[in-house]
Design a protein around this ligand. Structure first.
Ligand SMILES: Cc1ncc(COP(=O)(O)O)c(C=O)c1O
Length: 375
C-alpha cells in the first residue's frame, strides 16, 4: 500500500527524543527555547513561540490580537476546520470568503466582498502549502484590519523570495505528521512584536509570570503570578528535540517535495486533470499535491479514490469546506461556489520524502486507470 504520507524520521530524531528524556527536561524547557531560536533562523521571523499545535497557536494569535465576542474574522471555508474553529474559540464569528479558482486561496476581491465594520482580522490560509498573494490581500483591507497567516501547511514555501513566516505580524505553523516538519504534534507562532511574543509565551502556560526554566535557573525563590486567563498550550522538550532535527532537514525536504511534484506533473501531463503549479508570486512546498478532476462530483471523485485504493494507492479527498459540515449548520455565509467546486472535485496524491520513482509510477498508473472514461 502506498500511503498518503510517511514522515521522514530516522535514528537522529529517535536519538534526540532519547536524549531529551534522559536529560530530565521532558515538559517545556530549554529545548523548546532552542527550537524557537532555530525556527527564527529558518523562517526569518523575529520571534517564535512554540505551542502544542497549530490549532492552539491560531487561538493564541487571534486572542493576542484582541479578537473577541462581537468581532468578525474573515477566513476561507475551504480549509481544515481548525481555521474556522480557532475564531469560534475567541467567541468571534468566522465569516467565510470564497477562494480563487486557481490557487484555492483567498484573494483581495473575495475578502473585499465580505468586509464589514465588524471585521477585526483576516485569517488567510496558504492552502496545501500554496502561498497566498499577500500584497493583493493587504491592498483590499482598510486600516485596522489585521492579517494573520494560517501557515499550518506552508513551512518551506516562499512569497516574493522570502520564506513564509517573515511577512505578517502573526503566522502560525503546524508540526502534525502530515506537514513537512513534524514532531508528532506541535505548532509555532511566528511573531513580529517582541512584547506580544512574550505575552503569548505566558498565555500558553496559564499566563504564569515565571516559567520553569527561569525557576530552575534562579538562586532565589520565585513566586509566580497569573495576570489574565491563559491555557495549557505548551510544547514538550521531547517534541522540540525532534523538531530541531527535523528543521535542519527542511531545505532537503522542500527540494525533494518539489522534485517529486515536478515528476508527477510531467507524468500526468496528458491525463486531463488540473495540476498544481507555483503562483507568479511565490513557491509552494507541495505539502500536498492536489489535483482537480474536471466535471467530477464528490461521489465520482470518491469512486476514483476507491478505485485507487483497490490498486494499493491511498489518495485523499482535497481540502474540506467547513460550511458543509454539521458543525457549521445554519452558519450564514455568502455563496461559495469555488470552495464547493474544489471540495467536490479535488483529490490529494501520495507525496513523501522517501517516495521512490516506482512508488510514484504506481500512483500515476492507478490514477490513470481510475479516471479512464471518467474525465
Ligand atoms: C490549514 C490548517 N490549519 C490548521 C491546522 C491544524 O493544525 P494542527 O493539527 O497542528 O492543530 C491544519 C492541519 O491540518 C491545517 O491544514
Amino acid at each position: 500500500m502506498i500511503p498518503i504520507i510517511r514522515p521522514w524520521l530516522g535514528p537522529e530524531e529517535a536519538r534526540a527524543a532519547h536524549d531529551a528524556i534522559l536529560s530530565g527536561w521532558i515538559a517545556q524547557g530549554p529545548k523548546v527555547r532552542e527550537f524557537e531560536a532555530a525556527f527564527c533562523t529558518a523562517t526569518g521571523c523575529a520571534h517564535a513561540v512554540a505551542v502544542s499545535s497549530a490549532t492552539t497557536g491560531l487561538h493564541l494569535a487571534l486572542h493576542g490580537l484582541g479578537v473577541g465576542p462581537g468581532d468578525e474574522v474573515i477566513c476561507p471555508s475551504l480549509s481544515f476546520i481548525a481555521t474556522a474553529n480557532s475564531i469560534r474559540y475567541c467567541g468571534a464569528t468566522p465569516i467565510f470568503a470564497d477562494v480563487d479558482p486557481v490557487t484555492q486561496n483567498l484573494s483581495g476581491a473575495s475578502i473585499a466582498a465580505v468586509l464589514t465594520k465588524r471585521t477585526k482580522a483576516v485569517l488567510v490560509v496558504h492552502q496545501a502549502g500554496m502561498p497566498c498573494d499577500l500584497a493583493d490581500i493587504a491592498a483590499a483591507l482598510p486600516g485596522g484590519v489585521a492579517v494573520v497567516e494560517d501557515a499550518a501547511c506552508a513551512i518551506g514555501s516562499t512569497y516574493r523570495g522570502a520564506p513564509i513566516g517573515s511577512h505578517s505580524p502573526l503566522v502560525v505553523f503546524s508540526f502534525h505528521p502530515r506537514k513537512l516538519v513534524t514532531c508528532g504534534e506541535g505548532g509555532m507562532v511566528a511573531v513580529r512584536d517582541g512584547a506580544l511574543a512574550e505575552r503569548l509565551r505566558r498565555l500558553r502556560q496559564h499566563a504564569m509570570t515565571v516559567n520553569d526554566v527561569q525557576r530552575h535557573q534562579s538562586a532565589t525563590f520565585l513566586l509566580e503570578q497569573y495576570d489574565e486567563l491563559g491555557w495549557n498550550y505548551r510544547m514538550t522538550d521531547i517534541q522540540a528535540a525532534v523538531g530541531l532535527v527535523q528543521l535542519a532537514k527542511l531545505p532537503a525536504m522542500t527540494e525533494r517535495r518539489r522534485a517529486l511534484a515536478e515528476r508527477y506533473t510531467a507524468a500526468l501531463a496528458g491525463v486531463g486533470l488540473v495540476l498544481p503549479t507555483d503562483p507568479p508570486w511565490g513557491t509552494t512546498n507541495y505539502q500536498s499535491y492536489c489535483v482537480r478532476i474536471p466535471h467530477a462530483t464528490a461521489a465520482s471523485r470518491n469512486d476514483i479514490l476507491q478505485a485507487m485504493l483497490d490498486k494499493g494507492v491511498m489518495g485523499k479527498r482535497g481540502i474540506m469546506a467547513a460550511h458543509l459540515e454539521p458543525a457549521f449548520a445554519g452558519h450564514p455565509h455568502v455563496p461559495l461556489p469555488h470552495s464547493e467546486a474544489w471540495a467536490a472535485d479535488s483529490l490529494v496524491l501520495p507525496l513523501y520524502h522517501e517516495m521512490t520513482a516506482s512508488d510514484q509510477d504506481q500512483v500515476v498508473a492507478a490514477l490513470q486507470s481510475a479516471t479512464r472514461g471518467r474525465i
